[in-house]
Design a protein around this ligand. Structure first.
Ligand code: MG
Length: 391
């Protein structure tokens, strides 16, 4: 029998409007010509008012397709160009069942030039996910079976964010979630230790049964992060402190981890096993949070295994990735042994389902592991094609 060969590589850049913004309002809503991207102080990154992403489709000559997605929340045109110019020529004609050898070969194309991160990594992640999806479809097996089998049939989640401008409104929203049975919520903070602790107090008072976590969005120096960590420990019932210091400050995170009992969570900015290893060795991280649409499935699994070897659990990140990224995250969550929970994004999930023929079932209390071949989803190709033309 002739082995399957990749015959086409297609990119789809999407920029979807949504009534509700990820993490709440962005920019000046009265501005008649808002910028494409804006910073939300005190956070330092730029955000888009739309849901921007890159989808990649790999197809064999017989018409079987696999889909991947890069978490590319700003300028997804850039990783699309990396896929078209650098990765597609190396993929055409190859056997997509050789997922790991192909991913390794693609990683090596720009490796000695220092391109294992950034937009190159976005492109690699999307292609890696598409390879796993395509290999699964060709085998008639879900990706988690290709990875060795599911440790669980249901992926537990926590609710990420209370996107309201005041503590009173955040507390009210937390109470709404608690009334629906939600028992874990992460707060997106970084407004200063005193303000953050006031938010935690307000939310705790409104929803005392909910366990909390805090994402500080890299806002603090070591002294401020230490004050916050100690305050959160005193409050009790806080699961982890995420991204307290600058993302490249390994030593600072290690110092902080020694000063607090609270697990320090990082990983959403990391792309591969070599990046996380020194953090684990220096005990700078107590919970690892790879985003599958930034690492790909191959590297997410490698990161989770390395973390497990250091007795650190994995809690995959999920932010504005759409349905393909969500399904890829769920496949990894099924296959990771030391998993705590997956990030559930209320504002993203509705938007993410728009590109699928049938929505992924699940919600704030978790998702069933998709059981169909590949990622276990069907991408709505006419919708994706039309959305890419509008974007
Ligand atoms: Mg985060």
């Amino acid at each position: 029998m002739t082995p399957p060969r990749i015959a086409a590589v297609d990119c789809f850049v999407l920029k979807l409007p949504s009534a509700e913004r990820y993490l709440g309002p962005i920019g000046d809503s009265a501005d008649p010509t808002p910028p494409a991207y804006a910073v939300r102080p005190p956070w330092r990154s730029i955000y888009s008012p739309r849901f921007e992403t890159l989808l990649v489709r790999l197809s064999t000559a017989d018409g079987t397709s696999g889909w991947g997605e890069a978490l590319a929340p700003v300028a997804p045109e850039v990783p699309a160009e990396v896929v078209r110019r650098l990765l597609a020529p190396a993929l055409i004609g190859t056997d997509p069942r050789r997922v790991r050898p192909l991913s390794a070969a693609l990683r090596d194309l720009m490796r000695e030039r220092g391109h294992l991160g950034g937009h190159q990594a976005d492109a690699l992640a999307a292609v890696d996910i598409a390879l796993w999806d395509l290999a699964g479809r060709l085998a008639g097996l879900p990706v988690h079976e290709l990875l060795g089998g599911a440790f669980r049939e249901h992926v537990p989640t926590y609710v990420s964010g209370l996107p309201r401008p005041t503590d009173a409104e955040r507390a009210a929203l937390a109470a709404e979630w608690a009334a629906k049975g939600v028992d874990r919520i992460k707060l997106h903070l970084g407004q200063g230790p005193a303000a953050d602790l006031a938010t935690v107090d307000a939310v705790r008072a409104a929803a005392p049964q909910v366990r909390l976590a805090v994402d500080a969005h890299w806002a603090y120096d070591l002294a401020a992060a230490t004050r916050l960590a100690r305050g959160l420990t005193a409050v009790g019932g806080v699961e982890f402190l995420e991204a307290p210091l600058a993302p490249e400050d390994l030593t600072g995170h290690a110092d902080l981890a020694r000063r607090t009992d609270l697990p320090i969570a990082v990983g959403e900015a990391m792309r591969h096993r070599y990046e996380i290893l020194p953090w684990l060795r220096q005990r700078a991280v107590g919970l690892v949070q790879p985003d599958i649409a930034r690492t790909g499935i191959t590297e997410a699994m490698a990161i989770a295994e390395l973390a497990a070897a250091h007795h650190v659990a994995t809690a995959p990140h999920h932010s504005v990735g759409l349905g393909v990224a969500l399904a890829a995250g769920l496949q990894v969550c099924a296959a990771v042994e030391q998993l705590t929970y997956f990030e559930y994004q209320p504002t993203t999930t509705e938007v993410s389902q728009r590109i699928l023929t049938a929505p992924l079932p699940g919600g704030p209390d978790g998702f069933p592991v998709p059981a169909g071949p590949g990622l276990g989803i069907e991408v709505d190709v006419p919708t994706v094609t039309a959305l890419a033309e509008e974007s």
